[in-house]
Design a protein around this ligand. Structure first.
Ligand code: 5AD
Length: 445
């Protein structure tokens, strides 16, 4: 989400005549787009801003410094008073105003701006895109925002506070943006929102058992020239039978799903107010595998939520072993001020969180490694995104199940679907050989 917001700000500034600096030391304006979801993210941003402030004070007094995003939203003008070198604090609904405020500051360097107010229509603003990839070539895969905010009330999460309630963008605006991207060479669209499966609730009617989100998928699917569709992040409860069937009926919808589980213990899921049980989650993965047996399944899990016993944690470990995710993002619970879980009495000591995190990571890595190894010798369909970020003499792309593949090839393959045979396995990377173009009729196989 932040990556997408930063891209939107950069595109907006370029549109206004600014240019991207090649690196921080050459920049006249430095904007940090910040995340509040865990304390480590906030601390990193704060340390970075303090280092920048000290550098600006001592050596580069003309540089403009700004804080954007969730941390700016949550802390507002206390950040201005803590760091006198900061010129601008803009909240999550203000990113489309960066150019306007920056213009004011550049015209009068005595001005300091803090705007974290509500802005009811901010979700309808189309954010611009940068269509070149930093490591070379044009962008093949693009994020498209479909909604902002979140109406869930998970007790650990700061997002409803920093991003506000759900607002869906009008369907036609989303389609126009997707069509324009495809016209410019984008082949894969990743629909983006805090809870994409809630798209359009209260705005578009559910008709014939089909939810607004699935209607949107169908509409995006009909765009000629688009090869692949993905989305992130869904809520497990949002997977009705209409969405399960979409995997069977919409060939461009890739067989991968990133569905946050958060915990494998029903006690903890309840305390988190997640709104689903472990059995419902398992049933969902079974249904998805029922329509797409090879689907790549990914998840987010928090360890050390308040009150998590060893037995709760073992339920999570068992869930991971049972479901066999292709990979998982694992987080140590981080108390966020103002959330219900932060005020719970039974907080878990840090060393216990560390230990559980390490054990879970071992299990996730072990299963992933087995699943990756099974792909050796198989032919996979790769959408070639560009030169590999690690080794630019090779190409990289993702399989339909969302695994990175690195292989030797030439630039003409960028933006195409290629078949390649997996001959090597790295940690969460496949190495391919003998790339062959997919024939049109087979492309959606
Ligand atoms: N502590 C730890 N992890 C968190 N997440 C959200 N809030 C917290 C928190 N307070 C994780 C969840 C979510 C992911 C984006 O971040 O797993 O899905």
């Amino acid at each position: 989400m932040n990556e997408r917001d930063s891209e939107g700000v950069a595109a907006q500034l370029i549109q206004e005549g600014y240019a991207l600096a090649p690196h921080e030391a050459a920049a006249d304006v430095i904007l940090l787009n910040t995340c509040s979801v865990r304390d480590t993210a906030e601390r990193k941003a704060m340390n970075k801003m303090q280092a920048l402030a000290s550098e600006v004070r001592r050596h580069r007094p003309n540089v403009v410094l700004g804080f954007l995003g969730c941390m700016a939203q949550a802390h507002g003008d206390t950040l201005l008073s803590e760091l006198p070198e900061i010129n601008m604090i803009l909240g999550t609904r203000k990113s489309h105003r960066v150019a306007e405020y920056l213009g004011k500051i550049l015209a009068d360097r005595s001005i300091r701006i803090c705007d974290v107010n509500e802005e009811p229509q901010s979700h309808t603003v189309t954010k611009g895109h940068l269509l070149s990839r930093p490591s070379g070539g044009n962008k093949v895969s693009a994020f498209v925002n479909i909604m902002e905010g979140c109406n869930q009330r998970c007790t650990f999460c700061i997002v409803p506070k920093t991003r506000g309630v759900e607002h869906s963008r009008p369907l036609n605006d989303i389609l126009d943006e997707c069509r324009e991207l495809v016209d410019k060479g984008v082949r894969e669209i990743i629909l983006l929102g805090q809870v994409v499966t809630s798209y359009g609730k209260g705005l578009i009617e559910k008709t014939g058992g089909v939810s607004p989100f699935v209607r949107l998928l169908e509409a995006v699917h009909s765009i000629d020239g688009l090869e692949r569709i993905r989305f992130t992040a869904p809520h497990p409860r949002g997977y009705g039978d209409d969405l399960i069937s979409a995997y069977a009926n919409l060939p461009k919808l890739c067989e991968s799903a990133h569905i946050p589980l958060q915990s494998g213990s029903n006690n903890i899921l309840k305390a988190m107010k997640r709104g689903h049980s472990m059995a419902q989650y398992t049933r969902l993965t079974e249904k998805l595998r029922g329509v797409k047996p090879e689907i790549g399944l990914y998840t987010d899990i928090i360890v050390g939520f308040p009150g998590e016993t060893e037995s709760d944690f073992e339920d999570t470990l068992a869930a991971v072993k049972d479901i066999r995710f292709d990979s998982a993002f694992l987080f140590k619970y981080s108390p966020r001020t103002g959330t219900p879980a932060a005020a719970m009495q039974n907080q878990i000591p840090q060393h216990v969180k560390e230990e559980r995190h390490a054990r879970l990571m071992n299990a996730v890595d072990q299963i992933a490694s087995e699943k990756y190894k099974r792909l050796t010798g198989q032919t996979v369909e790769v959408l070639v995104e560009g030169p590999s970020r690690k080794n630019p003499s090779r190409l990289e792309g993702r399989t339909r199940c969302h695994k990175w593949v690195v292989f030797e090839g030439d630039e003409s393959m960028i933006g195409s679907l290629m078949y390649t045979t997996v001959t090597g396995i790295g940690k969460y990377t496949l190495y391919g050989e003998s790339p062959e173009p997919c024939k049109k009729a087979e492309q959606t196989k």
